[in-house]
Write a protein that binds this ligand. Structure first.
Ligand SMILES: C[S@@+](CC[C@H](N)C(=O)[O-])C[C@H]1O[C@@H](n2cnc3c(N)ncnc32)[C@H](O)[C@@H]1O
Length: 232
């Protein structure tokens, strides 16, 4: 059941735990994954609401708290596939003008999402950044980045690779955001993110760290939301 005031939360079915039978043909890590999926209320609710990803709830919950996705604002979403964040962003910023101001990029293809445009590209490539600004036709008010590198299972390697993506997203934001703009990005805790966080503190008026309920407790993932970009 959707809570109208907090669309990111809902009457949950937590507590109804489904047991997965062991299967000799399945690796135990796959059994654990299957167990998590079947017992995860967000997975069920994602299907019910027709979201492209479970991650949609993370953005919904962060927005419930900071209310920054407002009608008429323009958004660039870095690492947008399969498109859950695009769906939420477009729902929240859409205005009567109907002008599409939500644009995403990913190295993978993103299926069409009403109210959004997306391109295939690697944000490491400077031309891709320029292409995004050209396509949007203006500087963005909000830059989102849920980018994550493929995990290797080696904690420190994963941390370094995801921190690098945070740095790229931050550089793109400092280069392109509108004054007073917002930057929201995934951040893996682990040490090397300090330099990026210092740079965020320097360039924005308010910075918060947030771990939405939809982000798995066991994950080192959290998000940093920076409000009030001071300008280039
Ligand atoms: C966690 S997923 C994003 C999920 C998305 N927020 C949603 O709600 O559907 C992370 C994405 O970052 C993308 N990504 C990783 N490195 C990238 C890069 N250098 N440029 C563009 N996208 C990248 C991955 O392909 C992946 O689709």
């Amino acid at each position: 059941m959707i809570n109208e005031n907090n669309p990111g939360s809902f009457g949950s079915s937590r507590g109804l735990s489904k047991k997965i039978k062991k299967d000799k043909k399945r690796k135990s890590s796959s059994t654990r994954w299957l167990g998590r999926q079947l017992n995860d209320p967000y997975v069920l609710e994602t299907k019910k609401r027709g979201y492209k990803s479970r991650a949609a709830f993370k953005l919904l919950q962060i927005n419930d708290k900071y209310n920054f996705l407002l009608p008429g604002l323009s958004v660039i979403d870095l690492g947008c596939a399969p498109g859950g964040w695009l769906q939420i962003a477009s729902e929240k910023v859409s205005s009567i003008s109907g002008h599409e101001k939500v644009l995403g990029v990913d190295i993978l293809k993103t299926e069409y999402i009403p109210g959004c445009k997306s391109i295939i590209g690697d944000i490491n490539d400077k031309n891709v950044g320029e292409q995004l600004i050209k396509l949007l036709g203006q500087k963005p008010d909000i830059v989102l980045s849920d980018m994550a590198a493929n995990t290797t299972g080696h904690r420190q390697t994963d941390h370094i690779r995801t921190t690098y993506l945070l740095e790229i997203a931050l550089d793109f934001s400092i280069e392109n955001l509108n004054n007073n703009g917002v930057f929201l990005a995934k951040c893996f805790k682990g040490g090397t993110e300090k330099e990026a966080l210092d740079l965020i503190q320097k360039n924005f008026s308010k910075v918060h760290h947030v771990k939405p309920d939809a982000s798995r407790k066991e994950s080192v993932e959290e998000y940093v939301i920076a409000l009030g970009f001071k300008g280039k």
